[in-house]
Design a protein around this ligand. Structure first.
Ligand code: CA
Length: 229
C-alpha cells in the first residue's frame, strides 16, 4: 500500500522562488501548496493540515516571525506542523535563534532547491522519530550530575553535563554558541566561542567512546550545535 504523500505548505511572496521549490518538492513526492501572504496561513491551515511549513520571513500581511509564533502557540486539537524558516539574510538567523521561535530549521536565501529538499526531508524524518519518543539511550541524572548513554557512564565534567542537558532537552533544535555559553555560565561571560567548541569536542569524544558511531551531537556550519538522536 502506498503511504499518503506528506504535505508541505510554501509561504513565499516571490513567485519565482516559490515555483522552483514547488517543482522540486513535487518531484520528490510531496504534495505541495503555495500561499503568498502571511495573514492567509492560519485560516488556510485550519482547513488544510500539513506536515511542514516552509515559511519566508518577509511576507505581506503578516511577517513570518508572527506566523511562526502563532503556529507554535498552538492550534487546538491538531498536531502542529514542522516549521522551516527562510530568510534572505544570514545575520538574521542568529537573531531568530535568540527569539526561540521554535522553528525546526532555518534556511538562508539564496539556497539551492536541492538543499531545501534535503533539509525538508531531514526535518520530517526527525518528526517521526520525535513522535516515537526515542531519547537515543541517553539518561541524565540531574541530582548526581551524571549522564549515561546506552547504560554506560559518560564521566562528564559539570560543564559537559550542562551542555548535554541543554542540547538534549530540545532534540533537533540548533543552539548558537552564545546560547550555550549562557546556559553554562549564568553570570560571568568569561569564555570565548572556542571554549564552547572545545567542551563540545570532549563531550562528543566521550559519547563516541560510550556508543561508537551514534553521532548524537552535530555541528551546524556557521550556526552552532544540535542534539539529534
Ligand atoms: Ca519575501
Amino acid at each position: 500500500m502506498l503511504e499518503p504523500a506528506q504535505r508541505i505548505l510554501i509561504v513565499e511572496d516571490e513567485n519565482k522562488i516559490a515555483n522552483v521549490l514547488l517543482d522540486y518538492l513535487a518531484q520528490s513526492g510531496y504534495e505541495t501548496h503555495h500561499l503568498t501572504r502571511g495573514d492567509e496561513v492560519e485560516p488556510w491551515l485550519a482547513e488544510h493540515p500539513v506536515d511542514l511549513v516552509l515559511l519566508d520571513l518577509m511576507l505581506p500581511g503578516k511577517s513570518g516571525l508572527d506566523v511562526c509564533r502563532a503556529l507554535r502557540s498552538g492550534q487546538a486539537g491538531r498536531p502542529a506542523p514542522a516549521i522551516v524558516m527562510v530568510t534572505a539574510r544570514v545575520e538574521e538567523i542568529d537573531r531568530l535563534l535568540g527569539l526561540e521561535l521554535g522553528a525546526d530549521d532555518y534556511i538562508c536565501k539564496p539556497f539551492s532547491p536541492r538543499e531545501v529538499v534535503a533539509r525538508v526531508k531531514a526535518v520530517l524524518r526527525r518528526g517521526t522519530h520525535a513522535a516515537a519518543g526515542a531519547p537515543g539511550g541517553l539518561q541524565l541524572d540531574e541530582a548526581a550530575w551524571r549522564a549515561t548513554l546506552d547504560g554506560r557512564d559518560l564521566g562528564l565534567t559539570a560543564v559537559e553535563f550542562q551542555l548535554l542537558k541543554v542540547l538534549s532537552a530540545r532534540p533537533g533544535r540548533i543552539f548558537s554558541r552564545e546560547q550555550l555559553m549562557d546556559a553554562m555560565y549564568r553570570d560571568e561571560r568569561i569564555v570565548s566561542d572556542r571554549t564552547v567548541d572545545s567542551h563540545i569536542k570532549k563531550l562528543r569524544r566521550k559519547m563516541d567512546e560510550a556508543a561508537p558511531g551514534r553521532d548524537l551531537i552535530h555541528s551546524v556550519y556557521g550556526l552552532g550545535y544540535k542534539y539529534e538522536p
